[in-house]
Design a protein around this ligand. Structure first.
Ligand code: ATP
Ligand code: MG
Length: 193
């Protein structure tokens, strides 16, 4: 394999006594939720496991991870669905269209889970989709309750629902201390998208 960096020659590997799939939530108002999930995808690839990423409300504006995943030599698929953030200033699409797109994304997630296609599935911005009623609480709870035991699921986005948090194993809140946009610095490629 082409060498891309260095690692120690002598390494130990941990193996858990019991493998189990975890439900992880990354929520909060600070920057770093989606990129945290993408970081776990990078790790999962290192273990030769398979990754799926379904992004809600994101299909309208390019993000580096769309091509980034194609450049990773592992089993990783990304589906950017939707037409941008529902309700944000300047978004021209009606709620019903956002809802239909999010429902398609839920169907896709269900199909991929049923087919046992991945070891890690990231449902990016699904917390926001739930908050905006583009998906229903029961749909999300059902995915969490019925998931295969070894599947890791990561749910990102602000305002995670308390009942979704109840079913999760690991929940982190990213809190804004500062954000460049408050200084009117535009989003920068690579860091912000
Ligand atoms: P990232 O994708 O960088 O990990 P995130 O998933 O935590 O960020 P989101 O709320 O999904 O954050 O925001 C998506 C992008 O918009 C991020 O790049 C973030 O830096 C930027 N952003 C977040 N909040 C604001 C805001 N209020 N105004 C402008 N840009 C913002
Ligand atoms: Mg995000």
């Amino acid at each position: 394999m082409e060498k891309r960096g260095t690692a120690p020659d002598k390494i130990d590997r941990l193996e858990p006594k019991v493998r189990r799939g975890l439900i992880v939530i990354i929520t909060g108002n600070g920057k770093g939720k989606t990129t945290s999930a993408l970081g776990m995808a990078l790790r999962v690839c290192g273990h030769d496991l398979r990754v799926g990423i379904i992004q809600f409300m994101k299909g309208d504006l390019y993000a580096g991870e769309w091509d980034g995943v194609k450049k990773m030599s592992c089993d990783i698929e990304l589906f950017a669905t939707g037409k941008g953030f529902c309700g944000i200033q300047g978004n021209p699409y009606p709620w019903v269209e956002h809802r239909a797109n999010a429902q398609d994304a839920i169907d896709l997630a269900r199909q991929k889970i049923a087919a046992k296609r991945y070891d890690l599935l990231i449902l990016d911005e699904i917390n926001n989709a739930l908050k905006l009623k583009l998906v229903d609480l029961e749909q999300v709870l059902e995915i969490l309750r019925d998931k295969p035991p070894l599947l890791h699921l990561i749910l990102t986005g602000r305002d995670a629902h308390p009942q979704v948090i109840d079913l999760a194993d690991t929940v982190s809140e990213v809190r804004e201390i500062k954000h460049a946009y408050r200084k009117d610095i535009e989003p920068q490629p690579g860091v912000d998208y």
